[in-house]
Design a protein around this ligand. Structure first.
Ligand code: ATP
Length: 290
């Protein structure tokens, strides 16, 4: 095989708690992760010439060694002493700096893709060990689906698929840096914590109402407090029948869960009409084949 095209799926956090800030500056998290049917497309092509190179459809995203796609490829080439080189193209569709793990999922697709393209037969466990060197969310993105993510993101417990529903995703027209949000969180003096265990139990019981009841993201206390657009989008989503609307990750993306597509479409139209977000997607949960 010389060429491979693959999808890199975005995630939302159905639950996100921060336990504490460690002395080394990392935060200990407990998150319920879920992939959604919104993806970047990566094309990988072996080359005889040495070297790792990439192109991208988005001008503002650098295609040099700072890109997580290049970092992942470099690590795989070094680790497995691969011959020749590789040319990669990224078609970016996932909103950037949005709390949807766009960069991490691209890196994860490169770990999975190089494993397949070069027929390496590396286990998912080993790919995850390498992946965490590129980013804390990369191990989860390598496996995808529904999972409890702990530690800094490297301790994964797979969960059964969350029951299906319609997922409306809206990214307001500004970026939020993950670093800014964590720096302003004051993790060691939080007065409440989302009930992540209750959510994991609801998922194990296949109980979507139970999931919706305990959806919570502690990072909203920072991002939503600063950007009123987030509250405005949540309000529009709820006015149009969302079971729940919440920010994903460090934001600013907001997602709403719906029982039916027509309500989600109506909410999408209202969000666009009110100029609250341009990047709006009516999507669903994505469950990789196990
Ligand atoms: P997370 O949910 O993991 O916090 P995010 O959605 O907030 O991620 P990303 O879209 O992953 O943020 O990107 C954050 C920054 O990482 C970007 O501003 C960009 O400079 C850099 N980056 C490096 N490689 C990539 C990539 N392949 N795709 C997107 N961003 C990348």
């Amino acid at each position: 095989m010389n060429r491979l095209e693959l999808n890199a799926y975005a995630k939302v956090n159905l639950g996100l708690d921060v336990l504490r800030r460690r002395e080394d500056g990392y935060h200990e998290l407990r998150m319920i992760m879920q992939t959604v049917d919104l993806y970047d497309i990566l094309t990988l092509e072996k080359t005889d010439e040495l070297g790792i190179s990439m192109t991208c459809n988005i001008e503002r995203l650098p295609c040099d060694e700072s890109n997580l796609v290049c970092k992942a490829a470099k690590l795989m080439f070094e680790e497995y002493n691969l011959p020749g080189g590789i040319k990669m193209h990224l078609e970016k569709r996932i909103p950037m700096a949005a709390g949807m793990a766009g960069g991490s999922t691209d890196a994860a697709a490169i770990f999975n893709g190089i494993n397949e393209l070069y027929d390496l037969g590396v286990s998912k466990e080993r790919l995850c060990e390498l992946g965490v060197k590129v980013g804390a969310d990369v191990p989860y993105c390598i496996v995808g689906g529904t999972a409890l993510s702990e530690g800094i993101g490297e301790v994964l417990t797979m969960l059964p698929n969350v029951p299906d529903c319609v997922v409306l995703i809206a990214k307001p027209d500004f970026d939020v840096s993950t670093k800014y949000v964590f720096e302003n969180l004051h993790a060691n003096s939080l007065t409440y914590h989302p009930d992540i265990d209750a959510m994991a139990d609801a998922i194990r019981a296949g109980d979507l109402d139970g999931v919706v009841k305990v959806m919570d993201n502690v990072l909203e206390t920072v991002t939503e407090a600063r950007y009123t657009e987030i509250t405005a989008i949540k309000t529009v989503m709820k006015e149009h029948g969302a079971m729940r609307a919440m920010m994903s990750g460090s934001g600013p993306t907001v997602f709403g869960l719906y029982e039916n597509e027509s309500d989600a479409e109506a909410a999408a139209d209202a969000i666009k009409k009110q100029n609250l977000a341009k990047q709006v997607f009516v999507s669903s949960f994505y469950h990789p084949v196990k």
